[in-house]
Design a protein around this ligand. Structure first.
Ligand code: ZN
Length: 305
């Protein structure tokens, strides 16, 4: 089940070094590798002369300096943020202070649903709850810069406020953590929602851009086909959960993870549990799976009916 997506893990960027994968798009890798960030967060620079920065990254002085160095002699007019995880947005205040750019995003961090008593500690102590955009963008809104036009695309699921950005002149999408070539993202309730995530994939599946530049790892090539594979992958995982429950009867999340994620990096066990919870939440909402009270990490699950 792991190899149904045509992953691409070849990524040779050196942290702090500017790379120009296509005209009008520069990228800089932050030195924050982890099982969740792959080689690290990528900040993008759009345009030349009067530019936009997409995702300043974590609050990392070396990365901030590299980013400002890359735009020396240019004017940063806009900062766009894909979502409020701590590896993407805490660098905003330093870059805004140095450049005076206007900060645009969908909105501040918020959970995807009301919190339950059964919610465990939030997965990545990774939410940047300090972030506030200067201006909140609506779905489909276009922002014109000097030689570039960026279209905001709401893509909730990984976080409720996740936004991808299409760069019209280049025919590409900056996909944040929503679609990445090296891995699927973590969808972790209550900040993430599997129902929203699938709807956001269906939304991108209708778009024609062939190339996506994500927040981590190499570009996504043949993006429409890649997104279709992502959708099938999540549907297959949901089917695996349902099959497992059909076979074992009532079960809990640790047993489901052990049965479904064969050969998993042990550092990702908790994240896998949260992804299974995200699927179960969706299955409970659809009436396919039953549990006691709201779906929770400690709950027991069985097929409904
Ligand atoms: Zn993220």
């Amino acid at each position: 089940m792991a190899e149904d997506i045509p992953y691409d893990k070849k990524f040779e960027l050196i942290p702090g070094k500017v790379d120009e994968p296509m005209p009008g798009v520069r990228r800089i890798l932050c030195n924050n590798p982890s099982p969740f960030t792959f080689k690290g967060t990528i900040s993008y620079i759009v345009g030349r002369g009067k530019v936009a920065i997409i995702d300043p990254g974590p609050d990392d002085p070396a990365h901030n300096a590299a980013l400002l160095d890359a735009v020396r002699g240019e004017t940063v007019t806009h900062i766009f943020v894909t979502h409020t995880h701590r590896d993407h947005s805490p660098g905003v205040p330093a870059i805004k202070k140095a450049t005076g750019a206007i900060v645009m995003a969908e909105g501040p961090h918020r959970p995807a649903r009301a919190l339950h008593v059964g919610d465990g500690p939030r997965l990545e102590s990774s939410n940047d709850t300090d972030f506030k955009p200067d201006r909140a963008l609506a779905d489909g809104e276009g922002v014109r810069g000097d030689g570039w036009t960026v279209e905001a695309i709401t893509t909730p699921g990984h976080t409720a406020n996740h936004m991808a950005y299409a760069f019209h002149e280049a025919g590409i999408v900056f996909s944040g953590d929503h679609v990445m070539a090296w891995s699927t993202p973590v969808v972790s309730p209550p900040d993430g929602s599997m129902g929203d995530y699938m709807a956001s994939l269906q939304k991108l599946a209708k778009r024609a851009e062939p190339t996506y530049f994500p927040g981590h790892g190499p570009a996504v090539r043949n993006a429409p086909r890649f997104v279709a594979a992502y959708i099938l992958h999540r549907k297959a995982r949901e089917a695996a959960i349902v099959n497992r429950l059909a076979k074992t009867g009532e079960s809990d999340i640790p047993s489901l993870v052990a049965g479904i994620y064969v050969g998993l990096d042990p550092r990702l066990t908790k994240a896998a549990g949260m992804s299974v919870l995200a699927h179960l939440e969706e299955l409970v909402a659809r009436g396919a799976v039953a549990t006691e009270g709201p779906a929770s990490i400690a709950g027991r699950y069985r097929l409904a009916g």
